[in-house]
Design a protein around this ligand. Structure first.
Ligand SMILES: Cc1cc2nc3c(=O)[nH]c(=O)nc-3n(C[C@H](O)[C@H](O)[C@H](O)COP(=O)(O)O)c2cc1C
Length: 371
């Protein structure tokens, strides 16, 4: 039904306009109490075996919406209603900015993928912090806040920009993510180099502690799939060294080669980050590598090309305590989160693991035992 609607309506619209239309419906539905209760019952059934504790937070399940969908924290309740167990808002930058000129979002339908060069269009940390502060949540959802660098801020002053966002947003965040991996802000990804990342993460940690002395806001870093394996290891080691709470793997890729892309070459050639199905293999590989390095000392979040319950299950077995997705929501529609939950619960029940936590990283541990 959704696929028919997608073909008939959304696929003929500009992708960004389609996003705003669909998100508008989600937000409006969440404002109508009767509708909200009905939709939640249909789209967000709870499975008690999927209850998850991660980053010191209790969640209904492990599956959440990745950053970028709700950049300004305008639709958290609607997204919870759509079945996401946590919602990561942002990326929010220190100052408001319009992002790149349109057109900046492209569908690769035959590849079940997207290319975006949005460039952190958002209302800025002050406005988003004010919105979060004024929010009266309808649903008790975990809200992650993803922060990034304002484009006009020079790289040498990046830390101060992140610190500004952290000070304003940490009080409203269940967890905070330092995004150093979006390909659409020039120079951003060079902050992944350990020499830059160490002082940046230290400064953000201190800022969060200053802003919220009574609670330790969990701090994570989100990395790119395009890092070389040694650099993935270096980030993993740094995360352990700094006592970071988690690593999110991965953001979108700038790669286009050897992904078997079948879409129109002119679209494939668009500048930006590629997400969706073609990212699956590399994101899973990076996750596995991270888990092999850090084990359960750090919480890992698996994202990139997750389309099905089986994909989400594979991420858990590869070491993810939490799993996120974005692109497949566009292609699969409103029942997507529900089908992931249902499939995950079924897989857990027929697996050798008593709890979801027992399943986390089980595949990697098995490989290590036999090696
Ligand atoms: C249109 C779009 C905008 C995005 N914006 C952000 C962002 O602002 N910050 C961020 O950390 N990731 C952003 N992402 C990346 C996603 O959070 C996710 O890491 C990536 O899309 C891989 O997951 P997927 O294959 O399930 O889409 C964006 C992705 C898309 C498709």
């Amino acid at each position: 039904m959704y696929k028919f609607f997608f073909r008939l309506v959304f696929s003929r619209m500009d992708p960004e306009a389609a996003h705003h239309l669909a998100f508008g419906w989600i937000r409006r539905a969440a404002r109508v109490p009767v509708l909200r209760v009905f939709v939640t019952a249909v789209l967000a059934p709870r499975y008690k075996e999927l209850r998850t504790e991660a980053l010191g937070l209790r969640m209904h399940g492990p599956f959440g919406l990745a950053a970028g969908f709700d950049k300004n924290a305008v639709g958290i309740d609607g997204l919870a209603m759509a079945g996401f167990d946590h919602v990561e808002i942002g990326t929010v930058t220190g100052e408001p900015q319009p992002g790149n000129p349109k057109k900046r979002l492209f569908r690769l339908v035959p590849d079940r993928a997207l290319i975006n060069r949005m460039g952190f269009n958002n209302e800025g940390s002050a406005a988003v912090a004010a919105r979060l502060a004024a929010r009266t949540p309808v649903f008790r959802t975990v809200v992650g806040v993803n922060i990034g660098k304002t484009k006009v801020v020079p790289e040498e002053e990046a830390a101060a920009d992140y610190v500004k966002s952290a000070e304003r947003l940490a009080p409203h965040a269940d967890y905070l993510v330092v995004n150093v991996s979006s390909p659409n802000t020039p120079g951003l990804r060079s902050l992944q180099a350990v020499d830059h990342l160490r002082p940046l993460l230290t400064a953000v940690r201190e800022a969060a502690d200053r802003a919220v002395p009574a609670r330790r806001v969990p701090l994570l870093v989100k990395i790119a799939p395009d890092l070389a394996d040694e650099d993935v290891d270096a980030v993993a080691d740094l995360a352990v060294e700094l006592g970071l709470d988690g690593v999110i793997a991965t953001n979108t890729t700038v790669a286009r080669e050897n992904l078997g892309l079948a879409s129109d070459p002119a679209v494939v050639a668009e500048t930006g980050g590629l997400s969706g199905a073609p990212l699956k293999e590399r994101s899973l590989e990076v996750l596995r590598r991270l888990y092999a390095r850090v084990g359960d000392r750090i919480t890992l979040v698996g994202v990139g090309g997750v389309e099905t319950a089986e994909d989400a299950w594979q991420r858990i077995l590869a070491g993810a305590t939490l799993v996120q997705g974005y692109s497949a929501f566009v292609y699969e529609g409103p029942f997507w989160a529900r089908s992931i939950h249902k499939g995950l619960a079924a897989r857990l029940r027929t697996s050798p693991y008593a709890t979801l936590a027992d399943a986390v990283g089980a595949d990697v541990r098995k490989t290590e035992e036999t090696a």
